[in-house]
Design a protein around this ligand. Sequence first.
Ligand code: ATP
Ligand code: MG
Length: 370
Amino acid sequence: MIRFEEVKKSFKETVVLENLNFQVKKGEFVVLIGESGCGKTTTMKMINKLINPTEGKIYIDGKDISKINPIDLRRNIGYVIQRVGLFPHMTVGENIELVPLLKHWSIDERNKRAKELLDLVGLPSSEYYERYPHELSGGQQQRIGIARALAVNPDIILMDEPFSALDPITREQLQDEMSRLQEELGKTIVLVSHDMDEAIKLADKIAVMRDGKIIQYDSPEEILMNPVNEFVENFVGKDRLWRQPELLLAKDIMIKDYPKVFLSRTPAQAIERMKDKKSEFLIVINKQNNYEGYVTSKELKDKHAKIKMQDIKNKSIEPVHEDLNMVEVIDIIKNKHVKFLPVVDSENVVKGVITKSSLLNIISDLIVTD
Ligand SMILES: Nc1ncnc2c1ncn2[C@@H]1O[C@H](COP(=O)(O)OP(=O)(O)OP(=O)(O)O)[C@@H](O)[C@H]1O
Ligand SMILES: [Mg+2]
């Protein structure tokens, strides 16, 4: 829906953006993030032609926007800036109805739409429609800004640090509201932020920018789990994963080289193996590496030499799927009082095992920040 192709921007001699190539799909929520001066606002303003690229092309719905009249273009793009910029001498209602008015909507249509939007952003129209901006708190003004951006039902909404001046509680409320609006109305949203927590919370995709370039453009999960370089890693903050343990999956925390034994082995062989691996258990697998159970010294004790793992394996521990998240894994280990958990894929092939000590290692890695 929005596509940047080899976009470069210079102000006089100074290059502030280059090699910008990225795409925002319809209905996607994209957050541009990076340090002050890295080019976020400039990137965003090129989408509604408040700034034009020096080189390269930007397409919206396949159309080269350099060929579209800026006023026409902006009518279909809502824009919310940090300081909402409401007109002080107009009421809340008049502020919201401004663009519909410019689009020659009838008075009834305009009123109806403004009232609908006020209710949508959580400000009852009966109470707020007639008020003036100075009679509203900062957070309420920001909501009006959002309502106004939505007034003519644009497909695209651009938001430049819309929540940064708000207190944490109001910020959270408005963030939740934006998430809801995006889900309900299917808007394509590009939002600029300084705040990684905000980006992770809202984004389908995050573009991490530095010195006029996009360093990584990925889902929040990917950015957290697989930062492309140290800059992104530091920007994300090492401790963040720990604050979002639901993003860590069983497959990320399991030991891949797990102690195992085939169905056809004898107790003596198994005991040897446990000594070798310094493990208190072995996962029993078949030739296809499917989970068949496990053995510990308890199952192996005093067993006839000819008996096979097949006959003595214990199945009381259920394996977990490799995509289960860490919060659920910890829950199972705690509630079932197990010392280890086999991890399998959808075909019941054993991929690894999570033990209490492997979990502890992960946790201590995560909370040690340098
Ligand atoms: N009109 C302009 N003329 C000259 N330089 C400009 C102009 N607008 C922006 N710049 C420069 O371009 C660079 C990127 O600015 P931009 O506003 O896009 O940064 P930003 O990432 O939004 O920063 P912040 O987080 O502080 O808002 C900065 O170095 C800025 O000084
Ligand atoms: Mg900016």
